[in-house]
Design a protein around this ligand. Sequence first.
Ligand code: GUN
Ligand code: ZN
Length: 397
Amino acid sequence: MTPRPIALRGFILDAPTRHAARGIPDGAILIENGRIAARGTFSEISKLPAAADAEWLGGPDCAVVPGLIDIHAHIPQYPFVARIEESLLPWLKRYIFPAEKNFRAAEARAFAPFFFESLARNGTTLAVLYAAIHEDSAHECFAAAEASGIRAIIGKVMMDRHSYGDLEPDKILPVSIEQTRRLIQRWHGAAGGRLEYAVSPRFAVSCSAEMMRAAADLAREHGTWVQTHLSENHLEIETVRALFPEFPDYTSVYEGCGLLGPKTILGHCIHLSPAERAKLRASGSIIAHCPTSNLFLRSGTMPWDTIVEDGIPFGLASDVAGGPELSMWRVMRCALESQIARSFSTPCRIPSPAEIFHQSTQGAAETLGKGGQLGTLDPGKEADAVLLDLSEIIPSV
Ligand code: GUN
Ligand code: ZN
């Protein structure tokens, strides 16, 4: 039986390009069989034959936007938001590694459904996520994602240096690869393609070159995503320089291990040199821009205008718990404010709100190869949309 059509009424807002947003003040979209069948004014849509049978949701006090996209956050870290430390490495050691160590299967089973519900409540319908190091715990995260109906790219972190895992040093690499392979086989492409796997070597500080090479091989073999962190903090960058003196810079470490490419998502990328940015551009690698985290952990401000000029694909991200909130509205606002703050000391182009909204919707969808499927409210796309009751949320957005 074909499902009953759904019609969403409200201020229809999306941003197909980074140059402008589009709005229909009292508009509507009609959804048939999970796809957007029509977009227009309320008066146009309500005259369509299918609209008479449709379940109507929303109204003049509502807004309809594409589902928001968060391309970098950590599931086990959400209960540990707002833990102040002077910078990244002490924060990881004091709060984050202990939190992830304790995020075993039982904790994941109890917590992950709440995490995915929280994403939905914040309007996020596609998220790229890290689980903890434990295989069974990552499995529970995938199961919760499947049950929630969200679209997600998830991976279990891999670390073989300063690891909080409980394996003997000589077992870490082969076991981590085997665990990752099993998770890929079970979950990559599951839930009708809504779930995908990201091979997730944490960052070069906590991974040997052997582990990063093996991770890259595994991702290539199975066609999965890769996610890691790059150039977030000065002490981190110095540590990588000391660990890998044979490479000229941090980005070259990942390049040398085969980790760069169009399915690689690199968190932060604040302090890159022109040569490093050229490597990202040439490889098609994607930046996850995490403005709330970059301020909270005092890491710096990513040069938005330079990244755009260089043509490096990027999307916005909450980086919970480096960023204190899952809300992509807060992340978008912080992206704007942090570029304004940056402009006080460095002359730079400040992105418009429409450009920032684009990078959290269609722009992010394009970087993830899903721009034809979601990201705007155009007819033909999947009905990946959020209905906001503005009378409920003002002034908290
Ligand atoms: N670098 C390595 N691991 C992490 C993490 O969990 N969060 C952030 N913000 N940076 C990292
Ligand atoms: Zn992160």
